[in-house]
Design a protein around this ligand. Structure first.
Ligand SMILES: NC(=O)C1=CN([C@@H]2O[C@H](COP(=O)(O)OP(=O)(O)OC[C@H]3O[C@@H](n4cnc5c(N)ncnc54)[C@H](OP(=O)(O)O)[C@@H]3O)[C@@H](O)[C@H]2O)C=CC1
Ligand SMILES: O=C(O)CCC(=O)C(=O)O
Ligand SMILES: [Mg+2]
Length: 418
């Protein structure tokens, strides 16, 4: 079907096999969303770095055909009529299988709901995958940042992010509160007249598909443990359910056995024969342990809100959200995106760190199987940082470093690929 505003470049579509593996042509069409705020700074730099890596790795045999698709402020400017997320953007992202996006603005307290969350929900991108690793030379607030090496699997389709909530005083909130009080015997709403109210759906299916992907990842990548992070002591049936269903899945599908009386379990990695420990920790305790004993954690499986908080907290330990990459995944579609937002005060200043988006693209290249190009991006990033050529966020913590612009950092990465 023809698009209205999306221009299809010369190139070929990626397709998905029955076993979810990809057929990647040498000139795949990759949709990209520029993003709001600093999106206009970091997205062009990401594209330039990726193109340089691909050219260097494959000498013209492979190239990416970038296809701009629209969301956020640029969509409204392009489509009019207050169109924040055009239907053809969903269609393109689904049809072309692998895409990358810049950050999108979400107003607080009113206005449109999160476009980021809408994309994830609509496309059922149920895994938010956020690896957190240290690059040598990056300034960090902790003494041994290299001990932080975790991969977060954040459930991306349910929890309070489902957006089922009503404002204080609204007829809907009043109706729901009255129902809870009259029909469900609820007596614990402290200020029923003025309460806003939200609903937190957490399902067995949603938990199982997320935890399954986390364990599969641990097996494929020779990781020593998977930790279920939850607040099940307080939210017994939602977060507590996540914990129980996660353990049950590990037993049922991966043959995990209790360690002593449990609840911790172990399973044998069928690829390596090594042990993988399945454990759990309560979310608040986890947030202090990642600072005190980060080496004890490897793969993390958690619910949507916990995963949002944990992502930024862990990113800070290894240098900040300027270099925190990520991906949103369904069984077939993959949409890569940075962990950070639109940082509006820096928009258009060619100043911020493009590292998060570049490393998200590095994950994307690896997902395509273009590992040589992905490796070149890592080499370039490591080279630029070790030469102490960095953007403001690192420079302010690295006395004597050379501060460069957003685009200057991209050029330093390209220069270090040699
Ligand atoms: N996936 C997405 O699209 C996301 C969108 N958002 C949205 O973004 C908007 C702004 O959110 P906000 O809470 O300010 O969070 P942001 O992540 O946009 O920014 C917070 C701070 O993080 C630092 N930062 C962010 N990105 C970079 C970068 N590339 N390089 C260096 N430093 C960086 C800056 O710190 P400093 O001031 O110290 O320099 C910045 O002020 C909101 O509308 C929010 O909803 C938020 C998160 C994810
Ligand atoms: O959608 C948003 O505006 C924020 C999302 C967010 O913080 C995240 O995904 O990490
Ligand atoms: Mg966040």
């Amino acid at each position: 079907m023809a698009f209205t505003h999306i221009r299809i470049p010369a190139g070929e579509k990626i397709s998905v096999n029955k076993d979810y593996s990809l057929n990647v042509p040498n000139n795949p069409i990759i949709p990209f969303i520029e993003g709001d705020g600093i999106g206009r700074d970091i997205t062009p730099v990401m594209r330039k770095v990726v193109d340089a890596a691909v050219t260097r790795a494959y000498g013209g045999k492979r190239s990416i055909a970038w296809m701009e698709v629209y969301a956020g402020e640029k969509a409204v400017a392009t489509y009019g009529n207050n169109t924040w997320l055009p239907a053809e953007t969903f269609q393109a992202v689904r049809e072309y299988v692998v895409s990358i996006k810049g950050p999108l603005t979400t107003p607080v307290g009113g206005g449109i709901r999160s476009l980021n969350v809408s994309l994830r929900q609509e496309l059922d991108l149920y895994v938010c995958l956020r690896p957190v690793r240290y690059f040598k030379g990056v300034p960090s607030p902790v003494k041994e940042p290299e001990k932080t090496d975790m991969v977060i699997f954040r459930e991306n389709s349910e929890d309070i992010y489902a957006g089922i909530e009503w404002p204080s005083g609204s007829p809907e909130a009043q109706k729901l509160i009255a129902f809870l009080q009259r029909e469900m015997g609820v007596k614990k709403i402290r200020f029923p007249e003025t309460s806003a109210i939200g609903i937190k759906p957490v399902s067995r299916e949603g938990t199982e598909r997320l935890v399954r992907r986390a364990i599969q990842y641990a097996i494929a990548n020779d990781r020593p443990s998977v930790t279920l992070v939850h607040k099940g002591n307080i939210m017994k049936f939602t977060e507590g359910g996540f914990k129980s269903w996660g353990y049950e899945l590990a037993q049922r599908e991966f043959g995990a056995q209790l360690i002593d009386q449990g609840p911790w379990m172990r399973l044998n990695n069928p690829k390596t024969g090594k042990e993988i420990v399945i454990k759990d920790v309560i979310a608040d305790a986890f947030l202090q342990q990642i600072l005190l004993r980060p080496a004890e954690y490897s793969v993390i499986a958690t619910l949507n809100l916990n995963g949002d908080y944990i992502s930024d907290a862990l990113a800070a330990q290894v240098g900040g959200i300027g270099i925190a990459p990520g991906a949103n995944l369904s069984d077939t579609v993959a949409m890569f995106e940075a962990t950070h937002g639109t940082a509006p005060k820096y928009a258009g200043k060619d100043m911020v760190n493009p590292g998060s988006m570049i490393l998200s693209a590095e994950m994307m290249l690896r997902h395509l199987g273009w590992v040589e190009a992905a490796d070149l991006i890592l080499k370039g990033m490591e080279g630029a940082i070790s030469a102490r050529t960095v953007t403001y966020d690192f420079a302010r913590l690295m006395p004597g470093a050379t501060q460069v612009s957003c685009s200057g950092f991209g050029d330093a990465i390209i220069g270090s690929m040699k």
